[in-house]
Design a protein around this ligand. Structure first.
Ligand code: K1U
Ligand code: ZN
Length: 176
């Protein structure tokens, strides 16, 4: 298992639309293991495969990674393969979001408060879920990644352009 570098905006690869996984093979399970390692190393609560440069419709989430929640040695990454939202509430919820691919920027994003989704688990079994709260937000944020969408795409044009300028400047400084 390997920690892989996480792409940061404005890298054009983050705009790719990821493709469905055709079969849940050992290669996909190895990808999931690398994604989990990369997410834990970066102290995130979720990661989409495209964030490590792999345009496949795979997510991992572990909400227990929020600071203070994790007990020593307890890691429980959940993989969602080919996830699809089958229902979203009219009720909306606002959550302050961050993204490992948009470092040091946090802002409020409004999304449906509750969703139902279907996906394949890491054994290739079809599953359904109902989510609210942070899980609903995180799933929608990660599913956006699969369609090449970042949380800053949900902000006003001004806020998004300020964020892109900040990220571009940080990349230039890091390259010196
Ligand atoms: O990059 C990502 O897609 C992961 C992202 C997920 C997310 C966070 C908040 C709202 C929606 C989606 C992150 O994990 S950012 C880091 C983070 O949330 C966090 C890290 C340590 C402690 C607490 C929060
Ligand atoms: Zn993200």
């Amino acid at each position: 298992m390997t920690v892989r570098p996480i792409l940061t905006a404005p890298d054009p690869r983050l705009q790719a639309v990821s493709t469905d996984v055709e079969a849940v093979t050992d290669e996909i399970r190895a990808l999931i293991a690398d994604m989990a390692d990369s997410m834990y190393q970066a102290q995130g609560i979720g990661l989409a495969a495209i964030q490590i440069g792999v345009p496949k419709r795979v997510l991992v989430i572990d909400l227990d990674q929020r600071s203070g929640d994790q007990k020593e040695g307890q890691k429980n990454p959940v993989a969602y393969i080919n996830p699809k939202i089958t229902w979203a509430s009219d009720e909306m919820a606002v959550y302050e979001e961050g993204c490992l691919s948009v470092p040091e920027i946090w802002d409020d994003v409004e999304r449906p408060a509750r969703i139902k989704a279907e996906y394949l688990d890491s054994n290739g079994n079809k599953r359904t879920l109902e989510a609210d709260g942070l899980l609903a937000t995180c799933l929608q944020h990660e599913m956006d990644h699969l369609n090449g969408v970042l949380f800053i795409d949900h902000l006003s044009r001004l806020k998004k352009s300020m964020a892109i300028k900040k990220l571009t400047k940080a990349k230039k400084l890091a390259a010196v």
